[in-house]
Design a protein around this ligand. Sequence first.
Ligand code: AMP
Length: 217
Amino acid sequence: MRIVLLGAPGAGKGTQCKNIVAQYGLLHLSSGDILRAERAAGTELGTKAQSYMDSGALVPDEIIIEMMTEAIKKAPSAAFLLDGFPRTVNQAVELAESLAGNEMKIDFVLNLQIDDGVVAKRMTGRRSCPKCGAVYHIEHLKPKVEGLCDNDGAELVQRPDDCPEVVANRLKTYHQQTEPLVDYYRNNGTVYDFDADRSPDEIRASIFEKLDALVKT
Ligand code: AMP
């Protein structure tokens, strides 16, 4: 099974990806995570990506396409979930070509739908622990002591790309460059839509219900 998960930034893709890969034994390939790891390791690719990421813009297609097609080729399993990639029609076309070269294709596209206002509130309230990576929310998932991580007491921080100006820019980028991708996939396969303005458990249940039905057919 090869899946692409689409949705605006802040729609809850990360959480649902964890659920899906655990349930169906897929490999999780997240372009955002790979880029953050490259940055943390101080590689040339990470340095190139830095300014785009911090301003909420997309990293240029040629960098991302090479990075992700390599990650897919090196993957130990041909059953994977793509998270954050593709993000432009051009990336999707190149991905399809690269997969076709290995007699593979994307089987299902899952699309998390949510309004900008809900996303903006979710993302600007997000705080994370710089030590262990735990994620909190100032309204919905408060730490026991305000501003401090429950696991190790470290002071919580806001990811630079979760601050209000950057969130607004990421949403604009999403509508301009990534939304056309939903239509591309509607015309080139099957897209399943999910209402993402619900609790993570409710979203997970409806995704599992759909995937269980698809796997059976
Ligand atoms: P994410 O964690 O998926 O929201 O990604 C964080 C940032 O990494 C994005 O705001 C982009 O700057 C960059 N990025 C991640 N995936 C892609 C992609 N497929 N194409 C271009 N830029 C990307």
